[in-house]
Design a protein around this ligand. Structure first.
Ligand SMILES: [Ca+2]
Length: 385
C-alpha cells in the first residue's frame, strides 16, 4: 500500500489529484439520474466489503472487520480484529461469505500474518482463514490455506470469492520479489488459485496431476491480480491485473491459462512496451480483453482495481449488467460492456474524484458499491429513474 500512497503523493505533486471544488464538480458529472451515497464514513483504510443481509462487513488494512449498519452508519466496535502485518501493501485485504452462510455463519478472509496471529512463525505471510462466531460470541479461526508468500511486502494479491462451483478462488501476486515465479508452477506466486472451502484441493484443477506443480493453481502469469469478480450471465470470471511501468489490464479467466507476466505487461512484450498489439504474437499466453496506459490518453492510470458487474440493478443501458472498474491512482470509476464471449463492446466514464478506490461490492438491490480507501468510506451508486 506504501507504493499506492507514494503514487498518490506523486500524483498530487503532479497536480492530478483534484481539489475540493473539482471533487464537487466530479460528483455532478455522474451519468444522469445517478447519485453517490456515502456509507460507513469514518473507517481507517477500508480494503474490501461484502453484504450480510442488509449490513456490510468491511475489512480494514489494519486487521479490523467493521460493520456498517443498514442505515449506513459505522458500528464503533469491530466484528473482529485480526493480528496483521501492515508494512507496504500487507494487511487484511479480502473477505467472502460462505455459500452456505445462512446455515453455518462462516466468513473467509485473506490477510498477512503479524505478531499475535494464530500460529505466527515470525515471518509475515499471507493466508486464507475461516472465521466463525461461536455460541459464547467469540470468533473461532481455522486456517484454510497458509504460507502464501509476502516476501517483498507488495503484490500480495488477496481477493477471495466463491465461484459458481462453490469452490474458493484466491488471487496471489508475485510478492514483488519474484516476477519470474508467475511463470513457475511450483510456487503460489502470480496465480489465481482454486480450493475447496475446507482447504483441500479439487481433483479437477488444471495442474492437479502435473508433477511438481502446486495443485491449487487455476491460472498463472499474473503480477498482482489484486481484484477479480464473477460474471453470472456467462458463468465466467474477470481479473484486473495491476501493471508495472506501462500498462494496466483486464483479463477473462480460463482454467490453466497463462496471462503472460513477466513476459508481457498489458498487450505488449515487456521488452517492447510501445508495441502495436495487433502485430504481437502472444504465443501460448492469453491477451488481455482490455488495457490502458500510465500516461495521459483517452483512459489512463497507474493501478487498476477491478471490478464488479451491476447484476440485477435498476441501472439503465449501458450500465445495466456492465463491468465497473476503477483506478486507485487516477481516482476514476469506468464501465465496460462485454459480449457473451467477454469481448469489450464499449467503454464509458462513470465517476471521478473517488478518493483511492481499491475494491467493489454489490448491494442486495444490484447496485454497485466502491470501496474508497482514501476516503475511509463506501460509495453506493444509486439510480433514481
Ligand atoms: Ca497479462
Amino acid at each position: 500500500m506504501i507504493k499506492f500512497i507514494l503514487a498518490l503523493v506523486l500524483l498530487t505533486s503532479l497536480g492530478f489529484v483534484p481539489s475540493a471544488q473539482e471533487l464537487e464538480a466530479a460528483r455532478a458529472s455522474l451519468p444522469s439520474k445517478f447519485t453517490r451515497v456515502t456509507l460507513g464514513a469514518g473507517m481507517a483504510g477500508p480494503t474490501a466489503m461484502v453484504y450480510v443481509g442488509n449490513k456490510i462487513l468491511v475489512t480494514q488494512k489494519n486487521g479490523a472487520i467493521r460493520i456498517i449498519r443498514a442505515n449506513g452508519t459505522l458500528k464503533k466496535k469491530p466484528f473482529h480484529q485480526l493480528s496483521v502485518s501492515t508494512e507496504e501493501e500487507r494487511g487484511l485485504v479480502g473477505i467472502a461469505l460462505d455459500p452456505d452462510y445462512a446455515a453455518n455463519g462462516s466468513i473467509y478472509v485473506y490477510y498477512t500474518t503479524g505478531p499475535g496471529a494464530k500460529q505466527y512463525n515470525g515471518t509475515p505471510e499471507n493466508r486464507v482463514s475461516r472465521l466463525k462466531k461461536t455460541a459464547n460470541g467469540k470468533i473461532k479461526e481455522k486456517i484454510i490455506l497458509d504460507h502464501i508468500p509476502s516476501t517483498g511486502g507488495m503484490h500480495n494479491g488477496g481477493d477471495i470469492h466463491f465461484g459458481f462451483d462453490a469452490k474458493l478462488y484466491v488471487s496471489v501476486g508475485d510478492s514483488y520479489c519474484c516476477p519470474g515465479d508467475a511463470q513457475k508452477l511450483d510456487t503460489l506466486r502470480g496465480k489465481i488459485l482454486r480450493i475447496n472451502k475446507d482447504g483441500t484441493i479439487p481433483a479437477d484443477n488444471p495442474f492437479y496431476n502435473t508433477p511438481g506443480a502446486r495443485q491449487e493453481t487455476y491460472a498463472l502469469g499474473f503480477r498482482n491480480p489484486w481484484r477479480f469478480t464473477k460474471r453470472a450471465s456467462n458463468q465466467t470470471y474477470i481479473v484486473a491485473d495491476v501493471g508495472a511501468a506501462k500498462w494496466e489490464e483486464v483479463d477473462s479467466l480460463a482454467a490453466g491459462a497463462n496471462y503472460g507476466w513477466p513476459l508481457f505487461e498489458g498487450p505488449c512484450p515487456q521488452t517492447k512496451p510501445n508495441c502495436a498489439p495487433k502485430k504481437v504474437d502472444y504465443g501460448a499466453t492469453t491477451k488481455p480483453i482490455h488495457w490502458y496506459g500510465h500516461v495521459p490518453a483517452p483512459e489512463y492510470g497507474p493501478m487498476i482495481a477491478g471490478g464488479i458487474f451491476a447484476e440485477n440493478s435498476n441501472y439503465p443501458a449501458p450500465f445495466a449488467d456492465a463491468y465497473f472498474y476503477a483506478d486507485g491512482g487516477a481516482q476514476w470509476v469506468h464501465v465496460l460492456t462485454l459480449d457473451a464471449s467477454n469481448r469489450v463492446t464499449g467503454r464509458y466514464d462513470f465517476d471521478k474524484g473517488v478518493n483511492f478506490p481499491v475494491a467493489f461490492g454489490r448491494g442486495p438491490d444490484g447496485s454497485v458499491h466502491v470501496v474508497a480507501y482514501g476516503a475511509g468510506a463506501i460509495y453506493k451508486y444509486v439510480y433514481t429513474p
